[in-house]
Design a protein around this ligand. Structure first.
Ligand code: HEC
Length: 164
């Protein structure tokens, strides 16, 4: 009786430790279009992340993004945003771009901060994917960087988190 109790206890401790530990340490992908897609769609699917604080669910978007957008953030980005801190390396924001019908997913445009990747571009890796994951742009696309550079002082991010 005693032995089985100890075994069950050891098992539960191991499970708790493993789940806690794997949550804390997100294994991040390298700066590669296909690998970043694989990360945000399979390894750590963004649909399971939280919405960017203050922008929950479908919202009207601005050109060139969709007429409607959803913005998700990984755990690293969410933690910093909730603490009112700048986004650290490892932060990923994923934006879903929808058409006017509010239903058709046109593109997925993430930005992912990688230590030393592109210092003059805030170290962000940018991607544009078709809804099926086809890589349309990845890395340092001029378009993303030039437009987002007007927000340089705010971490290259337009939508500033609103934390209650
Ligand atoms: C002409 C300007 C422009 C270009 C080009 C552009 N963006 Fe944006 N982006 C915006 C604006 C404005 C917002 C916030 C409003 C909205 O959601 O539409 C935004 C929001 C975002 C967000 C949500 C975080 C934030 O900054 O608010 C992500 C992620 C993003 N863009 C990624 C990209 C990627 C990746 C590209 C290139 C493939 C890109 N953007 C190109 C203007 C631009």
């Amino acid at each position: 009786m005693k032995v089985s109790f100890v075994l069950v206890f050891a098992f539960l401790t191991a499970v708790t430790f493993t789940t806690t530990f794997s949550k804390a340490a997100e294994v991040l992908p390298p700066a590669d279009g296909a690998k970043v897609w694989s990360h945000i769609s399979k390894a750590n699917p963004y649909l399971g992340w939280g919405f960017w604080p203050g922008y929950y669910g479908l919202k009207p978007g601005k050109s060139p993004h969709g007429a409607y957008v959803k913005v998700y953030a990984n755990g690293i980005a969410l933690k910093a945003a909730r603490e009112g801190k700048p986004l650290p390396n490892g932060s990923i924001l994923v934006k879903e771009n929808y058409g006017k019908d509010q239903k058709t997913l046109m593109a997925v445009t993430p930005m992912y901060k990688i230590n030393g990747y592109n210092p003059e571009g805030g170290d962000w890796f940018w991607g544009k994917y078709g809804p099926d994951g086809t890589v349309q742009a990845a890395g340092k696309p001029k378009g993303c960087i030039e437009c987002h550079s007007v927000q340089k002082d705010k971490g290259w991010v337009f939508l500033q988190p609103e934390v209650e």
